[in-house]
Design a binder for this molecule. Sequence first.
Ligand SMILES: Cc1cc2nc3c(=O)[nH]c(=O)nc-3n(C[C@H](O)[C@H](O)[C@H](O)COP(=O)(O)O)c2cc1C
Length: 396
Amino acid sequence: MLKDKKIVLGITGSIAAYKIFELIKYFKDAGACILPVMTLKATYFVTPLSIEIACGNKVLVDMFESPLSHIELAKKADLFLIAPATANFINKYASGIADDLLTTTILAYKGPVIIAPAMNWRMYESPQVQKSIGYLKSIGVSFIEPEEGSLACGEEGKGRLAEVKKIYEIAISALTEKDLQDEHILITAGPTRQYIDPIRFITNKSSGKMGYALAKIAKRRGAKVTLISGPVNISPPEVDRLIMVDTTLDMLKAVIENIGDINTLIMAAAPLDFEPEKTFKTKLDKNSIKSIPLKLCPDILKEIAKTKKKLFKVGFSAEWGFNTERAKRKLKEKALHMIVLNDITGKHGGMCSEYNEIIIIYKKGNNFYQEKTPLLTKEEVANIIISKIRELKLGK
Ligand SMILES: Cc1cc2nc3c(=O)[nH]c(=O)nc-3n(C[C@H](O)[C@H](O)[C@H](O)COP(=O)(O)O)c2cc1C
């Protein structure tokens, strides 16, 4: 997703510098070109050799080793990210000091800058650092706030480098074109539960990963996102509204309550289709029951159709094999604009996996069209689904 993007990664003399290897791996996996610049003090914490190997590009430290490298770097970078950023660096950058390669290059740079500070809480709270941060924010520099927690010095407080995944997400978002700013997308994700008694329930294997990836990508591309999620074991992405639900009825109610200001609905959740006919109010004795009769749960898409709300509606169809006939029927019956077929028998894709291989089916006039993706990460698949929605909505 970051193919052809050039990121200058500035590393300064903080104890958190070792965390940057993980960040470099995320960037490399996404196809970015990382151009590392270290301060001399940073080389006390991690070796330039290791950073060079991790990035696959030469590390620059000394301004005089390769004259004009500061101008060359400043001209070609798409993003300047300083992580971890010391108090010293932040204060120097705010004052316009240019006494090493990093501070000189960033002074010559005209594009987006993101700074992830890491330092002892006393340093972070100091009026000098806060004044510098305030000033830099006022000239458009973005900061990723450090976190509270135990610090390397043994103290507790705000100063830990933000989670590497968060830094990655903010950087990738800064590099992503915001083509969905007019969209408010409601996405459902994960399974639901239907209770037999207060502590026993039936559910399914849905992990929520596909819906969460869709929410993350939609947000990254500038959409307003409401995410309605069943119970899952993964952390939610940053969205505008997150609603956690339990049962299919809860999910239906949450969708109806939040449908007001949305223009696209993506039903990536796998709400249960059936539930016990009766939910017992107290814990059942194991000898008191011989079978559990089931009945159908409410059908969320059918209920939404009753609201007559004008929406671009996308459904998901979990199929045993790539059975497009059933998916096409569902597309018609539920008045969807698009349906995404998942093969849940797939060895590497489908439920729970980090990967997915899908068929997108949509109608133009009376004709069905279908497009199959190869096996990709769920984020890559999400990008394709969202681009297709955009294309169909724009009538392309
Ligand atoms: C063990 C050790 C850990 C340090 N960790 C930090 C840190 O996390 N954040 C910070 O702002 N300074 C930290 N410092 C102080 C900086 O290394 C020092 O201010 C240095 O001049 C920063 O130089 P630079 O900004 O050019 O990299 C640490 C110093 C030592 C000796």
